[in-house]
Design a protein. Structure first.
Length: 307
């Protein structure tokens, strides 16, 4: 799940660099999901490298004490930046989280140009996605030994694609994507997670059909709730989310976007709001975006531009 924005205005969507996303099988939409599997995204940035091991260990304990059981590492490579690869500072931070009995979803390669490249026609999407998935698999190979060593505390892999009804408006685009994903799934031993965000381009029924299509492939699917970006009205958001099956997870945005800012800027939600999110009853698996916005005085992860 990069910090994302999905402000929809005049058919332009200010995009996410975030991404998000999973499936836990439940038998009834009336069933309350057990928070034993509560998750949160961590989006690695180079500025995090300066956090001391002691600070990170303390933060890891606090995250565990909150009741968070899994962390989604949004990416382990962003463009040419590999964060030290599988023996560097990011891998060490991941291992500290595992030491606190936190299981990980390990994100693979993320393309900084994804949002620019993916918004195109069906033919060009196929070319781009083929190239992108090749890079995804290369990053998987680079981390495969680490994944094997730490397999008992790895839940699966996160594919840092942010799917959207803005980019996959047509049935042909969504069907082509499904066919590509079906082939990709065969290349991985671990469960795969993927995420969607909504821009209001498709009706609720088609969004539900799309998430059903993705979960039927065997993917673990999460949908961003849009509460932080407020790209859609509250009623619109609830209408979409309420229509989803209980096996589709929800990414809870624990930030509040500053609408007046020219570029993306957001603050953490209040502690009271955060607690209400933790205590909310739902049939959906829940994860949050993101650790950087966790409202804690001891949070060592600075917001971009924060001193």
């Amino acid at each position: 799940m990069a910090t994302y924005t999905t402000k929809f205005t005049n058919k332009q969507v200010r995009r996410c660099c975030f991404t998000a996303f999973f499936l836990i099988l439940l038998t009834s939409c009336k069933q309350k999901v057990d928070n034993h599997d509560l998750g949160v995204f961590y989006q690695p940035l180079n500025q995090d490298r300066d956090i001391s091991q002691q600070q990170w260990k303390g933060f890891g304990k606090e995250v565990s004490d909150i009741g968070i059981k899994n962390v989604v590492i949004q990416w382990t490579q962003y463009g040419n930046e590999a964060f030290g690869e599988s023996h560097g500072w990011l891998a060490q931070r991941m291992e500290v989280l595992q030491d606190h009995n936190i299981k990980l979803w390990v994100g693979l390669y993320s393309d900084p140009n994804y949002f620019r490249e993916i918004h195109t026609n069906t033919t060009e999407q196929k070319v781009y996605l083929t190239e992108y998935f090749n890079k995804l698999h290369k990053s998987y190979v680079q981390w495969k030994t680490w994944l094997k060593i730490h397999s008992n505390k790895v839940k699966g892999l996160y594919l840092p694609l942010e799917l959207s009804d803005y980019d996959f408006k047509t049935p042909a685009q969504r069907e082509q994507l499904a066919n590509i994903l079906k082939q990709q799934i065969k290349q991985y031993d671990e469960p795969l997670m993927i995420s969607l965000y909504l821009s209001g381009q498709l009706p609720q029924s088609q969004i539900k059909q799309w998430t059903d299509q993705l979960t039927n492939l065997g993917l673990i699917v999460y949908v961003q709730d849009g509460a932080g970006t407020q790209a859609l009205s509250t009623d619109e958001r609830h209408a979409y989310l309420d229509d989803l099956g209980c096996n589709v997870g929800i990414i809870r945005e624990i930030f509040v976007q500053d609408k007046a800012a020219k570029s993306f800027k957001a603050d953490r939600v209040s502690k009271e709001k955060f607690d209400s999110i933790l205590n909310e009853e739902t049939c959906h698996p829940n994860t949050m975006f993101s650790l950087r916005y966790l409202p804690s005085n001891s949070n060592p992860l600075k917001l971009v531009g924060e001193k």
